[in-house]
Design a protein around this ligand. Structure first.
Ligand SMILES: Nc1ncnc2c1ncn2[C@@H]1O[C@H](COP(=O)(O)OP(=O)(O)OP(=O)(O)O)[C@@H](O)[C@H]1O
Length: 230
């Protein structure tokens, strides 16, 4: 399938420039990280790609047949609903709400069957986030856009969540992941785009998914953000 392409995107809110001449290509099956200091424009770019926000200028080309699942930073989790019911609702939207499909999704996000019918309000943050991911992938999208997916999860929860994402990617799902957690981005991504003050300033290719690459990327980020305080 052809890539998703953004060309020369500009977006301002009132007099604040959020994105300035941003271009990028997302190849199907790839995992791209978006990294930048607070206020750099990451969420605005995601909202433009999802069609929630209209750029002032520029083009976004989404090939026919593209389907995108979205996991927002703060997914709404109704506390009285069960995991099963929540995923069933998502499946109903795509007319695939068979028992097998719902069980398969809950298994994919590693939720043990003993939790399937418990209210989500009794779940840990990690479990809730995994149910939110099952909701996002219910329509079997070929792309996933994730905004801070591992934020607030403990080490075990982050590892588990990363493993699920790596498994989804191995099965062909392309991803755009916005995160402040550099080691997670390095573990997951093929490349990381560095964004600062609304502009794309660097592309870092990740090959070894190693601690050394994470340290290098973190230094690059601190170098960038450090200039803001000079
Ligand atoms: N709805 C809005 N109205 C006005 N300004 C906005 C709006 N959304 C974003 N902005 C501004 O656009 C700039 C980029 O914000 P954005 O949320 O995209 O950054 P971010 O990189 O996602 O930040 P963070 O890491 O803190 O989530 C900021 O200056 C922000 O204040």
């Amino acid at each position: 399938m052809p890539a998703i392409v953004c060309q020369h995107i500009h977006k301002s809110y009132h007099h604040t420039c959020s994105l300035h001449d941003v271009s990028l290509t997302l190849e199907q099956g790839s995992v791209t990280g978006l990294l930048g200091p607070n206020g750099a424009g990451k969420s605005t770019l995601i909202k433009c790609l999802l069609g929630f926000v209209k750029p002032d200028r520029g083009t976004i080309i989404t090939p026919a047949g593209t389907t995108i699942g979205y996991l927002p930073e703060l997914a709404r989790i109704p506390p009285s609903l069960s995991a099963w019911k929540m995923v069933q609702l998502a499946c109903q939207l795509t007319h695939t709400d068979s028992t097998d499909q719902i069980s398969s999704l809950l298994n994919t996000v590693l939720l043990a069957p003993r939790h399937w019918h418990k209210p989500l309000g009794t779940f840990s943050k990690g479990m809730r986030q995994r149910v939110a991911l099952a909701y996002a992938i219910a329509g079997q999208p070929n792309w996933l856009i994730l905004d801070e997916p591992m934020s607030g999860l403990d080490a075990m929860g982050r590892r588990q969540f990363l493993d699920i994402l790596l498994d989804l990617n191995a099965r062909g799902t392309g991803m755009l992941v916005c995160s402040h957690i550099v080691p997670d981005l390095v573990r997951l991504c093929n490349r990381v785009l560095l964004i600062h003050q609304g502009s794309m300033i660097d592309t870092i290719h990740i090959s070894a998914h190693s601690m050394e690459e994470a340290a290098m990327l973190e230094n690059r980020l601190i170098q960038t953000a450090g200039h803001d305080f000079e």
